[in-house]
Design a protein. Sequence first.
Lengths: 281, 274
Amino acid sequence: MKATRIIITAMTLKWAYRAANAIRGFASSVIACGIEADIERELKPSETPDGRPGISVMIFAMSMKDLEKHVATRVGQSVMTTATTACYSGLDSEQKVSMGKSLRFFGDGFQISKVVNKRRFWRIPVMHGEFIVEETAGVTKAIGGGNFLVLAKTARHGLAACEKAVEEIQKVPGVITAFPGGVVGSGSKVGSKYKFLTASTNEAYCPTLKGQVKSELSDEIGSVLEIVIDGLDEESINEAMRLGIKAACSFGPAKGICRISAGNYGGNLGPHLFHLRKLLK
Amino acid sequence: MSALIFTLKNQPKFTLDAAPLTPENLEGKTLTQIKNLKIIYGNKTSKLDTLFTVEGTDSSQIIIENSTDKLINAGQAMTKGSLTINGDAGDFLGQGMKNGTLTVIGNTGSWTGNAMSGGRININGNAGDYVGAGLPGDAFGMSNGLINIKGNAGDRVGDRMRRGIIIIQGKSGNYCGSRIHAGTIIVLDKVGKLPGEGMRRGTIILAKKPTHLSATFKSCGNLKMQFLRLLFTQLASIDDELSLFNKYGPEAHRFSGDLARNGKGELLILQHYK
């Protein structure tokens, strides 16, 4: 996978969040959204290029082509349209994806380019004042789809454990959980009986199909939730999974958490394998 | 390794071409080879060691001691390392410089940073006319890099500059930023007559209101310029020397101009400190 990190700043953190939430909307899975995106963390004014409060957002895609397509359109439609925002690159690398390079044309000839500290920024005059956007954002190789399953007595039990797990995962820099709330309610398997579908329901983990298919679930399990983690490198995903699993396990059978598992998908998802037992050693 | 130090033996009567004294020119040369280098002094070519005493080994750090304004072309076409001049320097300091750091502890002559395309020039004293400007006949002046002058600068700072940043912490002379194509000039004290005359694009930032502003500049009113916040934060982050920009806020009176030349440049007069 390819990933980029962008920094969104605004007059207040509230407005930076509005832009960040807009850009990560409909970005839960590359399967149908084209990208996976989420807020990585809040940034203090001292950590942003313009000294205002900010949010760092990470965006993952299967290819540079997908990233090129989605980053420029999402920054244009979600960040530039949010009042008082600016958008900068949060990754320094050789490979880059366009941001201001494409968006500058919105300035209709009144845009101004500025090179400061070896970085090129575009100043686009807009109705709120000026929208400042860096010409490009750095791109790096990344890993998507690190996952584990929380097998619980009920959805209520599972969700409580998953919320805690996501809270812990969010403490790790360089990782995101792109699904809504960080939890997948409808985990999928690769392929389908229908030729036009690349992914379909993972029936082996569907509680309602326990008696109907070759199920992975024992009698007491009534709900399975998945946590999917995308990260910039293997180490950060390892750490995020370790913290997440530990947090979920801390609920134990008494609070309805029966088992932790993971989707291997026949090894079809990519070269990186995260062995749960090794992680916890 | 110790820095390579050139100490002028006597105060030169004529101009002395210091262009060969750059890190890339001296790289890999022995001390004997360096001492035997030819150097243009007045209208003659002399052996370097007749003019300088030379000591040290590290050609990536060059220091010139006892320098005067007769020393011209210092740091010409420099691409790496550092060159420090203790004393004054003459005209064409850092001409065609591409990278590296050039520091002058005293004053410099005219045409500092002429045709510069990268790197950084620090001047602790004053600079003459045409800082970062293009020579007559050149289409453009400096095309990138940063010039930081702690003292004052003469007339026509940045004339026809294409890109880059010029910071003048003292006063600037007349026609500051004349005919600039792009780039940024910042003057933190008074500026002379007609700043930005004939500018096409680019930004001139003034901490004090100019006394004579051309009628071909149109007021856009007092604004909070987000760009200023970014620029000052970025400059302050480069090093401690530029951390003085932390005290400036984003409020400015914006003038667009020069309307006689398409009016896409801007003159920003800072309103007050943070």
